[in-house]
Design a binder for this molecule. Sequence first.
Ligand code: NAD
Length: 340
Amino acid sequence: MHTEQIIGSTSFAQKIRIGVLGFGGLGQAAAKVLAPKQEMILVAAADNKGYAYATEGLNAQKCITTYQSQGSVGYLEPFGTLTNHSIADLIESNQPVDGYFLALPNLPNDFIATVTKQFIDSGWRGVLVDAIKRTSAVEQLLTLKEELQTAGITYMTGCGATPGLLTAAAAIAAQSYAEIHQVVITFGVGIANWEAYRATIREDIAHMPGYNVETARAMTDAEVEALLDKTNGVLTLENMEHADDIMLELAGICSRDRVTVGGVVDTRNPKKPLSTNVKITGRTFEGKISTHTFTLGDETSMAANVCGPAFGYLKAGIKLHQRGIHGIFTAAEIMPQFVK
Ligand code: NAD
């Protein structure tokens, strides 16, 4: 590992070298989040047509402009490579990267697990973090625990907003209670246009009645637009299959059937249709029933609430890795570290 922790301090002697896999809405936001950081540096980015790598760091704005104007960071001069196997080629290039944020669509539902196996098989050692959403997707990753341990990889899963920030808030709020009755997560997302977050929107559609991951994945952009036209751009989601449930169950907080997730996504207005919140209801040791509510500020975007936690957990993962702790951890069992 390249990073050396200064003993007794939280600062790192050298910057943590970050790769961002997937350079759509979240990947680009991740690059912008990293740009002013002193402890982390973006050295690699990949999309489905290419990748870019620079030891001294990639310029976030140049990567974004290249991606938006030419369709791939692979066109970035002189750091880009065009390839249809960007992830495999980037890993095989053996460039030193300490941690990767997987800002990839999980379409099909085992895609991120497949990418994880590529990392395991490659001999690369470091930290992986995802913002994966479905319970069944997290379950697949959990089966890789021993392989990740053997490979020397520390994998942080479910580290976006929900699952992620809100799940962690629920884990903290639970401490007031002797018994947890219910965890209710309700998110509001406002984005100016759905094309900025195609995978997020397709994956949300997959939760609607009459759709599943495969049908949503197979939809053309025109079909997504036609669906959004019918709903005036608004998706209302209830009882979603969200990994907050398994994460809180694994953390020993409550059984998964006590956790519910739903939300409203407006794809035509950056203003949130409702305030994202998590309500944790339980019984105190005195026998009182109460509810804690943690509400995100309406001005915070989905991108801010996903990418901030993702890098906070990546930093926590680096510290675990440095202590020789490998395997897989969720956002509900580890505290994220603030990245300076
Ligand atoms: P997007 O559609 O905007 O971008 C996806 C990117 O991945 C594109 O750059 C694309 O080129 C790249 N890509 C696709 N296939 C690839 C491949 N085989 N190899 C390399 N790159 C590939 O996606 P998005 O809307 O930014 O969403 C990314 C993920 O984040 C989704 O899975 C979404 O569900 C998740 N997400 C999680 C949360 C949370 O709170 N946990 C919130 C929002 C989004």
